[in-house]
Design a protein around this ligand. Structure first.
Ligand code: PEP
Ligand code: MN
Length: 337
């Protein structure tokens, strides 16, 4: 860490800060210049956070050298992490497809959609039982009944199911019925929820908040991993920008950045990322091309009747067609589907 002092800082001020650096076990460096004094701290600089040097009246700025996230960083863990959802692997060369409706609406809808996505080659099912909707008047999901339907269909079809957990109070219940937890964009910074999920070993799909930076996402993942759950899958699902042509702006820059700086698998959700059915296929292909380890895609047996997100849901034929196309892309980047 580099600490630049204000021009008025004296040698005594510098010495006071150097002593603090030493007190937490780091090696202090004193670099007086013609106009400014620069201090350095060698060692794991994250422990310096405890000193709150930024509060010191003679500290001008602090430049960290290491990333603020440690456990999820590639610096700390050069090999890619492989996460398994009930035996289905993602990361380290394994590509994972998760597909299903936005929301579980009924047994018939969930069964028909799941049968179709399995036939097309999806590895996992998705379906929300608790739906965090922008409007309180929109369909909020079937709750416990939805979880039971999802679980029954998942057993009958033979694919693991992923579903969103919205509330801390629902974690135990969702744990009973799903093979992986999903943390939605609106909850990415619900740190209490993240810590509780860190106490489980069940995989967590952590979606990027719509106003979160990639660093915020990686720090949110750090919350889960630092509590003891290494099974985190990151998900880029689009962010809010000034652009209104699409529902969100799918930030595909995030994928190579995350792959470079973090060892966790990362998937892309082109359904919420675009909000437009026709744009799902091109952005799914783009996601694979830029390094995604998997995709999360909304599919509904009859999108025109969907209770949520029908406009961005593929029908079974569209999904089957996309899956055929995607195989070439997945092979081209050297992943196993
Ligand atoms: C979802 O995937 O069901 C969902 C609500 O997405 P997001 O949290 O990305 O908005
Ligand atoms: Mn949705």
């Amino acid at each position: 860490m580099i600490i630049v002092l204000k021009p008025e800082a004296t040698k005594q001020d510098a010495e006071e800060i150097l002593k603090k650096i030493e007190s937490v076990g780091l090696k202090p460096l004193y670099m007086p210049g013609a106009e400014r004094t620069v201090l350095g701290a060698i060692g794991d600089e994250r422990v310096l956070g405890k000193l709150h040097l930024e509060n010191h009246p003679f500290v001008d700025r602090i430049t960290p050298i290491l990333t603020p996230y440690k456990l999820v960083s590639r610096e700390a863990h050069p090999d890619s992490t492989v996460v398994s959802i009930d035996g289905v692997q993602i990361g380290g060369g394994h590509f994972m497809m998760i597909a299903g409706p936005c929301a579980v609406e009924s047994y018939e809808q969930m069964y028909a959609t799941s049968q179709a996505v399995k036939k097309a080659g999806s590895h996992c099912l998705r379906g929300g039982a608790y739906k965090p909707r922008a409007s309180p008047y929109s369909f909020q999901g079937l709750g416990l009944e939805g979880l039971k339907i999802l679980h029954k269909v998942s057993e009958e079809i033979g694919l693991p199911a992923v579903t969103e957990v919205v509330e801390v109070e629902d974690v135990a219940q969702v744990d009973l019925y799903a093979s992986a937890f999903q943390v939605g964009a609106r909850n990415m910074q619900n740190y209490r929820l993240l810590k509780i999920l860190g106490g489980s070993q069940k995989p967590v799909i952590l979606k990027r908040g719509m106003a979160a930076t990639v660093e915020d996402l990686l720090l949110a993942a750090e919350y889960i991993v630092s509590e003891g759950n290494p099974n985190v899958i990151l998900c880029e699902r689009g962010i809010r920008t000034f652009e209104t042509a699409t529902r969100n702006t799918l930030d595909l820059n995030a994928i190579p950045f995350i792959k470079q700086h973090c060892h966790l698998p990362v998937i892309v959700d082109p359904s919420h990322g675009t909000g437009v059915r026709e744009y799902v296929a091109p952005m799914a292909k783009a996601a694979i091309a830029c390094g995604a380890d998997g995709l999360l895609i909304e599919v509904h047996n009859c999108p025109k009747d969907a209770l949520s997100d029908g406009q961005q849901s593929l029908n079974p034929d569209e999904f089957a067609y996309l899956m055929k196309d995607l195989r070439f892309f997945v092979e081209a980047v050297g992943l196993k589907m």
